[in-house]
Design a protein around this ligand. Structure first.
Ligand code: NAG
Ligand code: NAG
Ligand code: NAG
Ligand code: NAG
Ligand code: NAG
Length: 549
């Protein structure tokens, strides 16, 4: 029971079906017929072509072998009143042809694989099918346990089977998520759901997100390449505006990281752990161009694609890089496949610069002075109760396409709208955020800005003023429930637009903002549903979109 029972549940009924059908087929070919009508419990029907499709190797490592790549030859069938054992050779076809060339005839195979069948109740009554059957219909006892022990020499199918296990796991996850996304909320595991996602309003499809998150926790494995030396690889900034870049890399580098695997055959995705911020810091020379960054990235990919088979296998589609620095996209141009195929996780998510939301993911930009959130932005009662006399606040440099328009119309025009180019020294930036209802978040040099997360922390509703910016976690979060998006062309009407938001709606936005805060926070160690995990989840979702054969 024990071992078998576990496999039985692990592989589900299909494996039992295929295994059993394969067995019946083998038996029938040996023109020995066994059948017992009295033990019939379930009935199955499959085309014969399916019979040899899949052999489940429930050996020690629970691997699946695709039998289209395997030659199976029956050596013998032994039976007693209560059990049947079928011995057969099972080898990869490539090996068979190699061996055939060396040894002729083929029966000189030095090895054999064994299919054991135990607990299979049989009686030597008539077998109801002749050998030319097109379909098999038979009934069997639910107590059948199959154990296929494949030969250790089968290196190739072992690897192949490990990969198919990965794909099979993903396909189960997809099914489960689809099921959850279409099920009504009453089907949810309400207790756990309410603890984990207490405010469903802010999510696009809370049930699907919840299921997907749980599937990620259960299955997701990342292989981190070991190539490269710190500080350019395996390290990154953990402070200041690009902190999330280093924090993510360091988290994945931890030896016992929950989502890390050291077995590349079990990985769903492969991480290229270099830091664009550190590339800029160590390789960029003001007098030169950014070419050294690209050279590094291109060399790195050459290195890993020569040392390992994984990059070439998918053209990088199951690989990801992560960068918060503005030059992440530029660095990714070093290699066409990195740019066009890989998952690029970046703060600078400008969709008119090749950011492709179906395969790339937006990283939130989180500014951490000395590695910490500013005390004024920490969650507290005083922050919640903070009076908000100002309507909309902005202070920052005039650069990029949007800010000049904003400043032109609002710079120190209206006491209710404190808009500054640079904040006078005696004023505190975060005090303004805490005392404003809305925080204006225009793009700067690049689309992303740490302002967005700071506004979330300050419970100041972000007013997003940008073009082509793909917002962080936009595939799971409903940004319109906790932020306001204003078209750049509407900037002259900004005050009017903000004034038209009712108190009721404002309170609701603010309440939701408080709920989503945790998705934008970095913790050490990371907590469930925080920015680290939401980023991983974005990668997981993109990997789910990808079907590798
Ligand atoms: C198998 O059947 C024979 C004859 O019916 C019987 O003598 C023998 O004990 C049975 N063996 C087992 C293992 O049940
Ligand atoms: C909900 O989850 C808990 C913990 O995994 C489990 O014990 C419980 O049976 C589940 N309830 C439903 C209705 O699935
Ligand atoms: C991957 O492809 C590149 C370029 O075609 C080649 O140089 C490299 O050897 C390949 N890697 C492996 C592991 O075969
Ligand atoms: C890949 O990206 C490059 C730019 O880096 C572009 O020139 C090229 O056309 C893209 N290739 C494909 C197949 O999209
Ligand atoms: C986004 O990319 C486009 C195209 O390169 C560029 O014109 C625009 O300025 C970028 N946006 C920002 C905010 O940098």
């Amino acid at each position: 029971m024990d071992e078998f029972q576990r496999r039985y549940t692990r592989f589900g009924f299909i494996s039992i079906c295929f295994g059993s059908i394969a067995l019946v087929s083998l038996i029938s070919r040996c023109s020995t017929s066994f059948f017992d009508n009295s033990l019939q419990k379930s009935q199955f029907s499959f085309p014969e072509t399916e019979l040899r499709r899949i052999v489940y190797n429930a050996g020690e490592e629970n691997r699946v072998v695709d039998s289209r790549d395997v030659s199976q030859q029956i050596l013998s069938v032994r039976s007693s009143n209560t059990s049947v054992s079928v011995f057969f050779i099972s080898l990869p076809l490539s090996l068979v042809s190699a061996i055939k060339q060396k040894f002729s005839p083929a029966r000189n195979f030095p090895i054999q694989s064994t299919l054991f069948v135990t607990d299979f109740q049989i009686s030597k009554s008539s077998f109801p099918f002749d050998s030319s059957f097109r379909f098999v219909k038979f009934k069997l006892s639910t107590k059948i346990h199959l154990n296929v022990v494949l030969n250790q020499l089968q290196k190739t199918p072992k690897k192949l089977s490990r990969r198919s296990m990965v794909e099979q796991g993903l396909s189960k996850a997809r099914t489960s998520i689809l099921e959850a996304s279409s099920s009504s909320s009453s089907d949810r595991n309400a207790t756990l759901f309410n603890i984990d996602l207490p405010n469903p309003e802010v999510y696009r499809n809370p049930s699907a997100l919840y299921r997907s998150y749980l599937e990620m926790e259960k299955r997701f494995k990342v292989y981190v390449y070991e190539e490269g030396e710190p500080p350019l690889a395996h390290a990154g900034p953990c402070k200041s505006v690009y902190a999330i870049e280093g924090r993510f890399i360091m988290e994945m580098e931890k030896t016992k990281a929950k989502f890390r695997t050291y077995d590349p055959d079990q990985a769903h995705v492969y991480f290229l752990p270099f830091s664009v911020t550190w590339l800029v810091k160590y390789l960029y020379d003001d007098n030169l161009n950014a070419e050294p960054l690209r050279t590094f990235a291109s060399d790195y990919i050459r290195l890993i694609s020569t040392n390992h088979p994984f990059w070439n296998r998918s053209s990088g589609a199951d690989h990801f890089m992560l960068a918060c620095h503005d030059w992440g996209p530029l660095t990714s141009k070093a290699n066409d496949d990195l740019f066009n195929k890989s998952i690029r996780v970046m703060c600078n998510a400008n969709s008119s610069e090749g950011f492709n939301p179906t395969k790339d993911a937006t990283l939130p930009e989180i500014k951490l002075y000395g590695g910490e959130v500013d005390p004024k932005l920490r969650f507290s009662k005083s922050l919640m109760a903070s009076p908000r006399p100002h309507l909309g606040f902005f202070a920052g440099g005039v650069h990029g396409p949007v800010r000049p328009i904003l400043l032109e119309h609002w710079k120190q025009r209206d006491p209710e709208m404190p808009v500054f180019e640079y904040l006078p020294k005696h004023l505190n930036y975060y005090d303004f955020m805490r005392s404003s209802k809305f925080c204006l978040c225009p793009s700067g040099y690049e689309v992303a800005s740490p302002r967005l997360t700071e506004a979330i922390y300050a419970e100041c509703i972000p007013v997003i003023l940008s073009v082509n910016f793909v917002l962080p976690f936009v595939d799971v979060l409903r940004w319109d429930t906790f932020s306001v998006q204003v078209d750049v062309s509407e900037i002259p009407r900004l005050k009017e637009i903000l004034m038209s938001i009712s108190d009721e709606k404002y309170e609701r936005l603010k309440r939701n903002l408080r709920y989503v805060r945790r998705h934008f926070e970095l913790n050490d160690p990371p907590r469930r549903f925080d920015a680290f995990h939401m980023t991983l989840h974005s990668i997981w979702l993109r990997r789910l979109n990808l079907k590798l054969t």
